[in-house]
Design a protein around this ligand. Structure first.
Ligand code: GDP
Ligand code: MG
Length: 441
């Protein structure tokens, strides 16, 4: 991860007063690689690095942090600033009907996102929403939206076979006015690649519908192509925002930075799954963490701060400062996880914990599983808890028997402990949980 790499770059520099140009340039090479690995488009990564290089040179290194941490903080802050603002809602407080138009490449998630937003507006905001599909190219595209409408309990414009997109848009607006809808959502057709016929059709629709929002829907896995997609769409229609889909997958979120840089428009929502309620406000801080490869440290720190007693945190911080993490610490963590509402959620946020998470039944929060792990640790001797390496085959059998579990279960527990100890070491490198909170706060 970036923090590891920067650690390497800066190990030589410990104790210096200010960041020199040479220091910063060395670090920025690593930052650039991290950005590219996170799928940030090359020109965007280049400009971003240029910008922060100037900011970073000459900055005083705070006494309590290392130069590497200082740079990570500078990069993190700049990313958050660029990705912001935090919660840009929809501009629909207009005389009804408000019109929201969705654009983007085929398969980016336009239709799904249309239904998600419609459901959200109809539910939480009690708006009367009408959805209309203008996709006359893909077979069954209009039916797809109708099905989603039924699922979301949102009205869809009746399908008239043979109508062209502009006519459908006109009919949708008319119906909305006559029937008193608050919001009309226009789901447009996409193509596999940007092409002029699509663009002309989209412009014609925008001309007659005069949307209050034109949202560009982008798959978060879009890599180097993100710049072209964003540029082409924003050249043709006045975009008001971006929705990033498939943020539930492995995407590091680099497309967000590319989109923001090229369109200058806020990223308003993130799609996090196929279900109709899998949509959330876009969180720049979280995505910055993902891009930098630090896991979702910000949320982790916030949640940890809520749930951990101050005393526990103090003790924990002292142990982590020494890089210690034995079975007693794991046991304490398990208790905290139960209080925090789940290992699945927590594990996903700690760098390197994804594997441990997968090892645990689908990442689901399982109170019983936590209790079983507690029982296994309970069956260990004091020495074994302090030094889990002592657990050879014979001892594992004893622990398994003592807790009513299998040796395989004991192995899983040990693997998880190892993975957490590794994660804690990385966090320690960053100055511990507290240092991290200060760094990212
Ligand atoms: P369109 O061609 O742009 O209208 O794309 P669709 O809305 O038809 O979506 C294409 C596929 O992506 C469908 O299978 C959706 O279920 C899926 N999809 C859309 N948004 C998300 C998301 O946020 N997460 C995941 N995992 N899948 C999504
Ligand atoms: Mg569609």
């Amino acid at each position: 991860s970036l923090s590891d790499r920067l650690g390497g770059v800066f190990d030589r520099l410990r104790g210096r007063g200010a960041l020199s140009e040479a220091d910063v340039r060395g670090a920025m090479r690593e930052v650039r690689i991290a950005l590219l690995e996170a799928d940030v488009a090359l020109p965007v990564a280049r400009d971003f690095v240029e910008g922060i290089t100037e900011k970073a040179i000459g900055q005083q290194v705070l006494r309590s942090v290392t130069p590497g941490q200082q740079v990570v903080k500078i990069v993190n802050d700049a990313l958050v600033e660029m990705l912001g603002p935090d919660t840009a809602g929809l501009n629909i407080d207009v005389s009804p009907p408000a019109v929201i138009m969705m654009v983007g490449l085929q398969g980016s998630g336009k239709t799904t996102t249309t239904a998600k937003l419609a459901k959200m507006l109809a539910g939480k905001e009690r708006k009367k929403v009408l959805m209309a599909s203008l996709d006359v190219n893909r077979p069954n595209a209009q039916e797809q939206l109708a099905v989603l409408g039924t699922q979301a309990e949102v009205s869809t414009l009746p399908i008239v076979v043979g109508q062209q997109p502009v006519e459908i848009a006109r009919r949708a607006l008319q119906a909305a006015k006559l029937q008193g809808f608050d919001v009309v959502m226009l789901d447009t057709a996409g193509r596999l690649h940007v092409d002029q016929a699509l663009m002309d059709e989209m412009k014609a629709v925008a001309d007659i519908a005069r949307p209050n929002e034109i949202l560009l829907v982008v798959d978060s896995l879009t890599g180097q192509d993100a710049v072209n997609v964003a540029q082409n769409f924003s050249n043709q229609v006045p975009l008001t925002g971006v929705v990033l889909t498939r943020m539930d997958g492995d995407a590091r979120g680099g497309a967000a930075l590319s989109m923001r840089a090229v369109t200058g428009k806020p990223i308003k929502f993130a799609g996090t799954g196929e279900k109709l309620d899998a949509i959330e406000a876009f969180h720049p801080k979280r995505v910055a963490g993902r891009i930098l490869g630090m896991g979702d440290v910000v949320s982790l720190v916030e949640r940890a701060a809520e749930a951990i007693q101050v005393d526990d945190a103090e003790k924990m911080a002292q142990r982590l400062a020494k890089g210690q993490f034995d079975m007693n610490d794991l046991r304490a963590q398990l208790g905290q996880m139960r209080r925090m509402g789940g290992l699945g959620a927590l594990a996903g946020m700690i760098p390197g914990m994804k594997k441990a998470q997968a090892a645990m039944a689908n990442g689901a929060v399982d109170e019983r599983l936590l209790l079983r792990m507690d029982a296994m640790i309970g069956s260990m001797t004091v020495k074994e808890r302090a030094k889990p390496e002592l657990l050879n085959a014979k001892r594992k059998i004893r622990v398994a028997k003592g807790s009513g579990m299998t040796v395989q279960d004991v192995n899983k527990l040990l693997k998880m402990h190892q993975e957490m100890a590794g994660a804690m070491k990385r966090i320690k490198k960053m100055g511990g949980i507290k240092g991290m909170a200060a760094l990212l706060g």
